[in-house]
Design a protein around this ligand. Structure first.
Ligand code: 4NP
Length: 156
């Protein structure tokens, strides 16, 4: 089993979007039994909350479910449990490293670094542009799933 965790600031916009899209791609490839997907926040602001209405609405347009997704905060144990801890932007990466006490571990990666963009995912909580975020999230999830399949090609 491979464990993938997406992390952003609030865990209501970008990381739950990535969780839902990645789960959708994993299901399309019939890998649900082999890849576990989750998301978390660096902040404690939206614990137990559903995704942002903008995230839910955008995913609905593409027939992607957000069922069962609710906000939680990153915790120390996540470092042991997950094989990929994927920050949506550079600030998330800094916070993840600090919270997990891991200044330089290769399993902590920035989401879009596996695409040609190699940049932060814009936060639609501030930009209001959920389409821009969705397009990047789809591209990032596709690239990351390709990486996971390569990294674990013996097991998957
Ligand atoms: P996210 O966006 O990190 O993509 O979930 C945000 C959600 C909430 C807040 C900031 C960013 N907030 O300030 O409550």
């Amino acid at each position: 089993m491979v464990h993938v965790l997406f992390v952003c600031l609030g865990n209501i916009c970008r990381s739950p979007m990535a969780e839902a899209v990645f789960k959708h791609l994993v299901a399309k490839e019939k890998l649900e039994a082999s890849i576990r997907v989750d998301s978390a926040a660096t902040s404690g602001w939206h614990i137990g909350a559903p995704p942002h209405p903008g995230t839910i609405a955008k995913l609905k347009e593409y027939d992607i479910s957000t069922e069962g997704i609710s906000g939680r905060q990153l915790q120390k144990e996540d470092f042991e449990e997950f094989d990929y801890i994927v920050g949506m932007d550079e600030n998330n990466i800094k916070d993840i490293r600090q919270m997990l006490g891991q200044p330089d571990h290769p399993k902590i990666i920035r989401f879009l670094d596996w695409t040609e963009h190699k940049k932060d995912v814009p936060d639609p909580y501030f930009t209001g542009d959920f389409q821009e975020t969705y397009d990047l999230v789809l591209e990032g999830c596709d690239a990351l799933l390709g990486k996971v399949k390569l990294d674990y090609k013996e097991q998957l």
